[in-house]
Ligand binder design. Structure first.
Ligand code: IVH
Length: 718
């Protein structure tokens, strides 16, 4: 696409354009300058969106783009249809026109295991009239799970794009596809004798971008997309191209479907292999499956396999790798590499006989919803849980699936007795996609949301700004138990051997009433329990003793204060010498901590105003649980972006504008660590009035920076 030499020139040109004073912009040679800008922007789009490897910063790119916009605004005659500024149009699509594909877009036959692939290979050999021992070469690439697209280029310019539709006619989605920066608006087909071409591919949304889109929609109270495919196909059909542009769609091209020269003669036959045609697309600047793994990917996207055994091994490797790949794929596509063999194989009315899809293990299954159970969480949140007839799904048996909240059940009209479609994608927890209303027999029951806590029967409440009903009785048995289970869990106090079932067992035995009881277990009695014994009781004691020494950020997190997660706990722990210091904090003080919002502040404040909680913490301290800030807590709060990050600091003498304690806090907030004495490891000594021996020692060492109080204040303000 771009030779090294071209790239160097375009890079130098970018810098020249960037650093030519703005005043020259509209002077002589403006047309030439506009063309230069278009060229460099196209190049940077390619580096960024196709190669994933930009060579200029986002800021520099924006400057180039703005220059071009400014020129085009001043001289509208200089705007070309394929200018990078013309990607996102302002006009709305009234309705999608229909376009005929240049050749029909067929489907693919499916295979599910090695046996199916062997059969396919055998069939190919028969059709090609090859003997059984001759190897056929295959190209194998991901089966992208997005929206199928067909792009037409005419005389090197992007002409139009369409969806697959019924395979013969598709919707005209030109304006939306134009917004995809991985789709070049011009490409040098003519250099290769091609006057008109149709390319096939898939428009996709990367999984992490999809998550962000859904997060944004959730925050805005909009319906969530079930998967990246829905978000992608929806994006292709936006009426407003500006919205399509915001979906972050990318296009992978996997087939040159049609190519004719100026005379209209088919020139696909000039290629001998599928590989070659894909290589050409890459040359022309399109995003295609790559033969080399990209940085961060383990596996190459496509492989030219010498025989079907290699195909099977590659497909199996991808089945394992699938979840780590940044895009959603639902299988692999296997294509006969030789175009001559492809022709010999031919087509059915439905699919080519020279290609087959290898589908990964199903991630969706249907099963019956037997019942719904309402569970009470550690902060009293009521979660409806679907009890399903157990069904195998992508390697696990699924039987309990969260139904999230009342609105989820209502919007999907899920009923007890329904057949439901369950999906499990990647690491994602299984969820119910929909209920199959058409299979209802009439015996299904509407799910009634409880008005009272299923455990303690107190009345449930639903805060106005929340989607969830809550049991507000913090002594509710279910909450107490859930809090204990959370308290000992990995991210909280991390007490090995005190998992859910053990806690439930001890609870039933009447040994546990609050989390303090976890620190006064009777290990002799435990040793007598069935399934325990001396050894496990001793191990448990060690684990509990170890947990007592935990840093306080773990303890804070373990208290199940609503919205107080690991990060918030760490931030708080860095600010206090002792957990009970928080008793004296007022609401405003919480909000001075960066990243602590009003809701979290209120929750922590309420917790520490409640005498029961103070008593609980005091009891825990008496039982040996550490409530003092540890070095880890101090460190965890270090501001790595602060102006004093990486420096150690010490204060000496009397400070005039703040107390020593306050000065240390401010230094820590600026990223410094507080030293305990003057040594060669000390970076800064701040001297107040009447400084004595410390100053002298620092001066003798000669390696310590000596600052006045005023200097210190100036530095931390920076
Ligand atoms: S080749 C003539 N290659 O799968 C056959 N298709 O079931 C052309 N798909 O909607 C298809 N990734 O959009 C081919 N690497 C790939 C693919 C792929 C995804 C889609 C295609 C079509 C469906 C066919």
């Amino acid at each position: 696409m771009y030779s090294t030499d071209d790239q160097r020139k375009l890079y130098d040109l970018s810098k020249k354009l960037l650093y030519t004073p703005q005043a020259d912009l509209f002077g002589e040679g403006v047309a030439e300058r506009a063309e230069d800008l278009r060229r460099v922007i196209r190049y940077h789009d390619w580096r960024y969106y196709v190669q994933n490897d930009p060579v200029v910063s986002d800021f520099e790119y924006d400057q180039l783009y703005k220059q071009l916009q400014a020129i085009e605004e001043q001289f509208p005659a200089l705007v070309t249809p394929d200018s990078p500024t013309q990607r996102v149009g302002k006009d709305l699509v009234e309705s999608f026109g229909q376009v005929a594909h240049l050749i029909p877009m067929l489907s693919l036959d499916n295979s599910y295991n090695a046996g199916d692939l062997d059969d396919f290979d055998e069939q190919v050999k028969k059709l090609c009239k090859l003997d059984k021992d001759t190897d056929v070469e295959y190209c194998v690439e991901p089966k992208y799970d997005g929206g199928t697209i067909a792009l037409v280029y005419d005389n090197d310019r992007f002409l139009r794009a369409a969806t697959r539709g019924d395979g013969y006619m598709g919707d005209d989605i030109t304006l939306n596809i134009k917004t995809l920066k991985s789709v070049p608006l011009q490409a040098s087909f003519s250099k290769h004798g091609i006057a008109r071409a149709e390319l096939r591919g898939e428009a996709l949304i990367r999984k992490d971008i999809f998550e962000k889109i859904n997060k944004k929609r959730q925050d805005a109270g909009e319906a969530l997309f079930a998967n990246p495919r829905n978000a992608a196909t929806g994006g292709l059909r936006m009426k407003d191209p500006r919205e399509a542009a915001e979906r972050g769609l990318e296009a992978f091209l996997y087939q040159l479907g049609y190519a004719v020269d100026k005379e209209g003669d088919d020139i696909l036959k000039r290629f001998t292999t599928h590989d070659q045609s894909i290589h050409l697309l890459r040359e022309l600047g399109f995003k295609v499956p790559l033969h080399q793994p990209e940085p961060g990917n383990h596996l190459e996207e496509t492989k030219t396999c010498r025989n079907i055994a290699e195909v099977i091994a590659f497909c199996n490797a991808w089945q394992e790798y699938r979840d780590e790949y940044p895009y959603e794929i639902d299988g692999m596509v296997i294509k006969v590499n030789s175009l001559e063999y492809q022709e010999r194989c031919g087509y059915t009315s439905h699919h080519p006989r020279w290609a087959i899809a290898f589908k990964f293990k199903a991630r969706q299954a249907t099963t019956r919803l037997r019942d719904v159970e309402f569970q009470v969480g550690k902060t009293g949140a009521i979660t409806p849980v679907a009890k399903l007839e157990p069904v195998p799904l992508a390697g696990v048996t699924v039987q309990n699936v969260s139904l999230h909240n009342e609105e989820f059940i209502r919007s999907k009209d899920i009923r007890i007795g329904d057949q439901v479609l369950v999906e499990r994608a990647g690491d994602v927890i299984p969820y119910i996609v929909k209920s199959l209303a058409e299979l209802r027999t009439g015996s299904e029951r509407v799910i009634h949301y409880p008005k009272h806590c299923p455990v303690c029967h107190s009345e449930l409440v639903k805060p106005e700004d929340e989607a969830i009903w809550r049991c507000e009785n913090s002594d509710c048995e279910a909450q107490v138990l859930a809090r204990m289970i959370f308290h000992t869990s990995k991210h909280a106090m991390d007490i090995e051997g005190l998992g859910e079932s053990t806690i439930e067992k001890f609870y039933k035995l009447g040994w546990l009433h609050s989390i303090a009881d976890l620190y006064r277990l009777d290990y002799e009695k435990i040793a007598q329990l069935e399934g325990f014994g001396e050894k496990s009781a001793a191990n448990l004691r060690n684990a509990v003793e170890k947990a007592k020494r935990n840093p306080i950020h773990r303890l804070l997190h373990s208290l199940s204060i609503h919205h107080l997660g690991r990060k918030g706990s760490t931030l708080l722990a860095a600010e206090i010498g002792h957990v009970l210091d928080l008793k004296d904090w007022d609401l405003e003080k919480y909000q001075t901590i960066k990243d602590v919002g009003p809701v979290l502040a209120q929750n922590v404040f309420n917790f520490f105003q409640n005498p029961h909680n103070i008593e609980l913490l005091e009891t825990m301290e008496r039982l040996g649980v550490n409530l003092h800030q540890t070095d880890e807590d101090k460190k965890a709060g270090v501001n790595t972006e602060g102006p004093l990050y990486g420096k150690s600091i010490l204060f000496t003498g009397t400070l005039s504008q703040m107390t020593r304690e306050e000065a240390e806090k401010r230094a820590a907030a600026a990223g410094a660590s507080i030293a305990s004495g003057v040594s060669k490891h000390l970076s800064i000594l701040v001297v107040g009035e009447k400084a004595g021996s410390k100053l002298k020692k620092a001066q003798e060492l000669g390696t310590v920076e000596i600052w006045s109080e005023q200097e210190f204040l100036q530095k931390i303000e920076q």
